[in-house]
Design a protein around this ligand. Sequence first.
Ligand code: AMP
Ligand code: MG
Length: 423
Amino acid sequence: MTETSKSLRALSCADDYDPDSMPVAKARAYIREFLSPITGTERVAIRAGLGRVLAEDIVSPLDVPAHDNSAMDGYAVRFADLGDREITLKVAGTAFAGKTFAGELGLGEAVRIMTGAKIPEGADTVVMQEHVKAEGDRVTIGPGHRKGQNLRRAGEDLKAGQAVLAKGHALRPAELGLIASLGIGEVTVYRKLRVAFFSTGDELKSIGTALAEGEIYDSNRYTIYGMLHRLGCEIIDMGVVRDDPALLEKAFREAASMADVVITSGGVSVGEADFIKDLLEKLGEVLFWKIAMKPGRPLAYGRILGAHFFGLPGNPVSVMVTFYQFVRDALLVLQGRTDVTPLPTLRAVCTTPLKKAPGRTEFQRGFISQDASGKWVVRATGEQGSGILRSMSEANCFIILPDSQGNVAAGAEVEVQLMEGLI
Ligand code: AMP
Ligand code: MG
């Protein structure tokens, strides 16, 4: 038995542990206790690192910028040459970005300088071109300047030897640019997280086959595929598995042997849970929760044969909501991210009345937009049944109604979590 499975067992015996009424935040915190990042790494070219997680600290090999340079188009001067009245200097040459002015600035001289060009020897100040009168090889400058103005100092952005990015930082466009600015072409990132998933249910058919009476097409494998893809996982789609203990056992064993994480949908609701419960008991340690949320009441979490396991509900909206509220954060932690927090929420005025019974957190699907006065308003997207995927597809946010909340009147403020960034 591993350390992890010991603790899972201990957790299920804890005093305040109630599998029949598990608050969302508590379930999230319990899951977090059992997660540690994968350890495998690989070297990739920086562009291939987009969306991956750094597995090394990045230390700057050089000063950025490498030399003092001009922040403006203008004239590089000696501050000591300027006065409290207009003075005229001789223009000794031009400095371009990437094309340095060769000599040293003499007394009474200025150098025409472009943004990004190295400050010539002898100069210590840049006067913007808008603040001078230029005529032939002379430039006239008035009073009121400050020594060192309009200069970017060497190492002002980063100093050689300075830690720039820490292990666990996700690589977004800004990080790719930052790493490139150091002249670094390759980075060490965590390997991709391998996630295997399958749908369970005798009623499910894969697309491409005709439906017999009582059958439905399996849609969960498509939403799960999409959500995993957005998170940059390596995806192993194992298809539909019938509600048959032998077939399910085979599928669980196969999935756990190939993947870091196994996700299933369906089969964890009351009635079905008993038979899957026995099976999973045999394969590892799994907790079965009734989460105090809607949609997405049943959820199973644990370890089977060395893999993390998430047993999501079967209803299509419940699958997405439980994935975003529990699985997403967990996968980010397993991927090595050190900055994982729930996505921020904002408050908006709800323009439609909402039906809500106290006792559970609801994740209603909403559409947020700005009204004519620029105020953010949100409305629910039609029928909120846990099987109605259209409510997700028409939504751009979740309206999160806390446990204690009852019905919401039109015009009341509600908490909103944007889907963009989440998916
Ligand atoms: P279950 O939790 O297995 O009882 O499933 C709950 C509901 O979700 C049932 O109506 C199932 O038919 C439906 N369902 C389960 N799995 C899927 C799936 N992969 N695609 C679409 N609907 C599903
Ligand atoms: Mg089922």
